[in-house]
Design a protein around this ligand. Structure first.
Ligand code: PLP
Length: 411
């Protein structure tokens, strides 16, 4: 099945060495990009080039390689600042990914500011990464966690949000895009409402950054977190955006080299300014360099083009899958990104996933690190197919044929 796309997907796929692979005797059909996207040659090469020719530790040396490595690393910080339209490069902290970024906010801002009588607000849609760090801190501090509920279609319930905001929470933590249901939350509007009651806003952008243009100044959020490996970049790298005045007030949470101004046994040790205050130790240098290449790659294609292509795939896949008897889509929000979760009556999702794997089709099954969604919907998990810039309509056809075959075998 061939459909219109803003770019030539077949040509683009040649940039991804892994997409040529066979799995279990079949051409790989990779529909698990929400878990981790594949990397174009430009990213793989940028990392290799760095390791082979430029590697040295950053910030500390006066020698040529140390200067080049520092320039490369700080250059990516500037790139990321532009990519999400932060107002200053100091607002970008490199982390190991979204999970690390959220733990950083909980461990610094949260530990310094939350007390027993406080309330924070999460939503039912959150990934465990945006739940558990807050629960761990709540065990220590004793504050209350309130949850904004979802509607049947997977959208956040506006009344529930209003009720929770009426409790005057200290922070609202919300995903931009749900990794399980694909729901795109109106984070600008949520942020505006949260600010009206004096709450800060942290946005988990792990699933939004690969698909949407992010403008943190337009959203006006206080924190925004993302992961490189969901954006065609390396794993073990990500970012935390934080408003500069907040980062200046926040204490560090990890001590070590580079995050200090002066260390002394005789006087008080003093700390560096943001972002360095939060970047103790030697970071994932080649990973950051690869992340820079991934951002260039995304921008050369254009996020609007990627989103247009993925939206056509989503529409096509939804209509095709719904023709299978007993199949229902889980998550039908009006505004959705490129994730499609489904269940087939009477068949466990992991059985479908296992049979699809035998056909070389990679999908994810289970709770997708969002157990509270499963509890609410009363389901054990879902089968989740997710799309990226390189996904094709014929891969959707393969998925549909594979599910039909699995259903025949398992019924
Ligand atoms: N938040 C969401 C919405 C996600 O989908 C994921 C990963 O799947 C994460 C957070 C965690 O990202 P990472 O494992 O890169 O830290």
């Amino acid at each position: 099945m061939k459909q219109d796309s803003p770019y030539d997907v077949d040509v683009l796929r040649k940039e991804f060495p892994i997409l040529d692979k066979e799995v279990n005797g079949h051409p790989l059909v990779y529909l698990d990009s929400a878990a981790s996207a594949q990397k174009p040659r430009a990213v793989i090469e940028a990392q290799r080039e760095y390791e082979a020719h430029f590697h040295s530790n950053i910030h500390r040396g006066v020698h040529t390689l140390a200067t080049k490595a520092t320039e490369a690393y700080e250059g990516v910080r500037a790139k990321l600042k532009n990519h999400i339209n932060a107002s200053k490069r100091e607002e970008i902290i490199f982390t190991s990914g979204t999970t690390d970024s959220i733990n950083l906010v909980a461990g610094t801002w949260g530990r310094a500011n939350l007390k027993k009588s406080d309330t924070i607000v999460l939503t039912r849609l959150e990934h465990h990464s945006n739940i558990v760090p807050w629960q761990i801190l709540a065990q220590e501090k004793g504050f209350a966690i309130e949850v904004v509920e979802i509607k049947e279609n997977g959208e956040l319930c506006e009344n529930s949000l209003k009720e929770k905001l009426a409790l005057s929470p200290k922070i609202v933590c919300v995903s931009h895009v749900s990794n399980t249901l694909g729901t795109i939350n109106d984070v600008k509007n949520i942020t505006k409402q949260a600010h009206q009651v004096g709450a800060l806003v942290l946005i988990d952008g792990a699933q939004a950054a690969p698909h949407k243009t992010i403008d943190v100044q337009v959203i006006d959020c206080d924190f925004y977190a993302g992961s490189a490996h969901k954006m065609y970049g390396p794993s073990g790298v990500g970012f935390l955006y934080g408003k500069h005045e907040l980062l200046c007030q926040m204490p560090p949470c990890r001590g070590g080299g580079e995050m200090i101004e002066s260390v002394s046994f005789e006087k008080q040790t003093t700390f560096n300014v943001p972002p360095y205050k939060f970047e103790a130790g030697t970071p994932n240098l080649s990973g950051v360099v690869g992340y820079g290449a991934a951002i260039d790659w995304i921008n050369s294609l254009g996020l609007d083009n990627i989103a247009a292509h993925e939206n056509s795939l989503l529409e096509y896949a939804s209509s095709k899958l719904l023709q299978i008897e007993g199949l229902r889509l889980i998550g039908t929000a009006k505004s959705k990104a490129s994730v499609i979760s489904f269940l087939v009556d009477g068949i466990h999702p992991s059985d479908i996933g296992t049979l699809l794997d035998q056909l070389g089709i990679a999908v994810r099954t289970g709770h997708h690190c969002t157990e509270p969604i499963m509890t609410k919907l009363g389901i054990p998990g879902t089968v989740r197919a997710s799309f990226a810039a390189y996904s094709t309509f014929s891969e959707v056809d393969a998925l549909v044929a594979g599910v039909e075959r699995a259903v025949k075998m398992l019924r």
